[in-house]
Design a protein around this ligand. Structure first.
Ligand code: FAD
Length: 388
């Protein structure tokens, strides 16, 4: 067993960190204020060849291991959980096409997606069906050589910035009555309406409204009726990415809290010398390492080609809940300075924006399956194992 990263992975971390600190971090603050996503930054990630790790070279991908992807997600999330969320759903579209798509779909979409020339996203949730994805109702009806899609996908990362979506619609009864389609953003009848979320404000979160949107039969991913299996299969992978976002937020929170604990004085001491604060720093540092190990294990299992549903659910739940706890702690350490977002006040005192970390982290325990659902998945598998 080897707990270290390879030289190539360490170099990747350093390169991503440098770009993320210089370009993504300042932009993230601006996107958060303006509540809008950035196609531009995602294209930049594509130009740096970070948007197609899972795609084979024959489709212009980078064909890299999943631990390298974890490193990239985490470094991007340390600078912007919003951009990391965009990356995650972009990878979901590629994963679905790679694992279930026809050769024609692979050739049509993967080269552009892998280079970040097209940005992908994922749309399944409806007002009446979130955790219970099998309950989706919005219909797709076959008309000649086209499917006609109607209804609303009510919360989609990248709705207002992505170029192509993997969308799930009802084509029949029951769990085998859901089908996956690739839908391009400019298809007539498709509208993206922005949300105004509390966190992840820089990911272009919004709704997709389908009004007689016609897609060619060739854009069905897998077979008719495979949709639920595709969504659950891709979400296993996506949960590692969202978990890495939680880890990225936790790392940043720990760094900021540590920095402030070293500098700020009260009662004639650095506040880091108070045991309350020192012990919390120790706890968060230990949890950061635990989350990283859980996430890397899930990624490693994926690369072994074995089922990793249990491990990715554990990692997603643990790392995203940690993101929340760590960001909350960072606010507490900064006191009022962690709570306010008054731009000139913070800038004049050279203080970071801390409260945003908590708002971003708060979303991650809901997106791609709530903490309760992750526990449900793990619990069911634990019970099944015990029966063996
Ligand atoms: C920031 C953000 C980004 C998102 N991005 C996307 C996206 O890109 N694409 C997309 O399709 N969807 C997206 N979603 C939707 C997300 O996947 C759902 O919100 C999530 O699955 C929960 O569904 P729901 O909101 O309908 O809540 P519900 O399913 O109605 O759940 C409500 C509450 O009940 C609990 N609950 C439900 N079932 C159980 C159970 N069996 N046991 C215990 N508790 C249970 C839940 O944990 C939750 O606390 C996003 C959501 C957020 C917040």
């Amino acid at each position: 067993m080897d707990f270290g990263y390879t030289k190539e992975q360490e170099e990747l971390r350093a390169t991503v960190r440098e770009f993320a600190e210089k370009v993504i971090m300042p932009k993230d603050i601006e996107l958060d204020r303006e509540c809008k996503g950035s196609h531009e930054i995602l294209e930049e990630l594509g130009k740096r060849e970070w948007m197609g790790f899972i795609v084979p070279r024959k489709y212009d991908g980078q064909e890299k291991d999943s631990i390298s992807l974890n490193i990239t997600y985490t470094e991007v999330a340390r600078a912007s959980a919003s951009i990391a969320a965009n990356m995650d759903v972009h990878y979901l579209l590629m994963e679905a096409i790679l694992r279930w798509g026809s050769e024609e779909l692979k050739e049509k979409y993967l080269p552009q997606l892998a280079k970040g020339k097209l940005i992908g996203a994922f749309a399944i949730t409806e007002r009446g069906a979130g955790s219970d994805a099998a309950a989706i109702k919005e219909p797709a009806v076959l008309d000649g050589n086209e499917w006609v899609l109607n209804g609303e996908k009510c919360v989609v990362v990248g709705a207002t910035v992505a170029d192509a979506f993997i969308c799930f619609f009802r084509t029949g009864e029951g769990r085998k009555g859901i089908t996956a389609f690739v839908v391009e953003k400019d298809t007539p009848g498709l509208k993206a309406l922005p949300h105004e979320p509390m966190g992840l404000r820089g990911c272009g979160l919004g709704r997709l409204v389908f009004d007689n949107v016609r897609v060619p039969k060739e854009n069905v991913v897998g077979n008719i009726g495979d949709g639920l299996a595709i969504s659950l299969g891709t979400l296993d992978f996506g949960r590692i990415g969202i978990g890495c976002s939680g880890l990225g937020v936790a790392i940043r929170s720990l760094e900021l809290a540590t920095q402030f604990a070293r500098e700020r004085e009260a009662f004639g001491k650095k506040i880091g010398e108070f045991e309350e604060i020192m012990f919390r720093l120790a706890e968060i540092a230990t949890e950061v390492d635990s989350a990283r190990l859980l996430l890397d294990r899930a990624a490693w299992l994926r690369d072994q080609g074995v089922r990793y549903t249990r491990e990715c659910a554990m990692a997603k739940w643990y790392a995203t809940e940690l993101g929340k706890r760590a960001a909350d702690f960072a606010i507490q350490v900064y006191g009022h300075a962690g709570y306010v977002r008054t731009q000139d006040y913070l800038q004049e005192r050279n203080l970071p924006v801390v409260e945003k970390l908590w708002r971003d982290a708060r979303s991650l325990t809901i997106a791609e399956g709530t903490t309760e659902i992750q526990k449900f998945v793990v619990g069911r598998l634990v019970l099944a194992e015990e029966r063996k």
